[in-house]
Design a protein around this ligand. Structure first.
Ligand SMILES: [Zn+2]
Length: 132
């Protein structure tokens, strides 16, 4: 279960913690991240798989098919999203990549710059463009 904050209009927003485990719930599918393939994972988690864990997309897919992701990413091991959080200040002064959502730049991670979404300035949340 992800952290939830109740909005004024009673729409729920999913806060993105600064670190996560692959046994945590994927807000897009409500299954653990470790059971989902690329395309079903938020891009910010896909980036951890390729950039931090060092797996190719094909290798990850094979591990999911075999049910063996946790032999590589350990279900209780925490992975940091600090590199993602460090990109948030850049978004204030720069236009995002053309064709991508202006709130999350295609990462599905939006930053609550004024606290109006989550109640806390600087909190990351699953962008509304994800449609969850
Ligand atoms: Zn978005």
């Amino acid at each position: 279960m992800g952290a939830l904050a109740l909005l004024d209009d009673e729409r729920y927003v999913t806060v993105i913690p600064e670190r996560f485990r692959f046994s945590d719930e994927n807000p897009l599918t409500l299954e653990p991240f470790g059971r989902n393939k690329f395309g079903d994972l938020p891009p910010y988690v896909e980036d951890v798989i390729t950039d931090v864990v060092g797996l190719t997309e094909a290798k990850w897919e094979a591990l999911v098919d075999a049910g063996e992701t946790y032999t590589v990413v350990g279900p209780f091991q925490y992975y940091s999203l600090a590199p993602l959080f460090r990109t948030f200040p850049d978004r204030v002064h720069r236009a995002g990549p053309a064709g991508w959502c202006p709130d999350c730049w295609g990462t599905l991670a939006a930053c609550d710059r004024d606290g109006s979404v989550t109640g806390t300035v600087g909190t990351a949340y699953v962008c509304f463009c994800a449609g969850v």
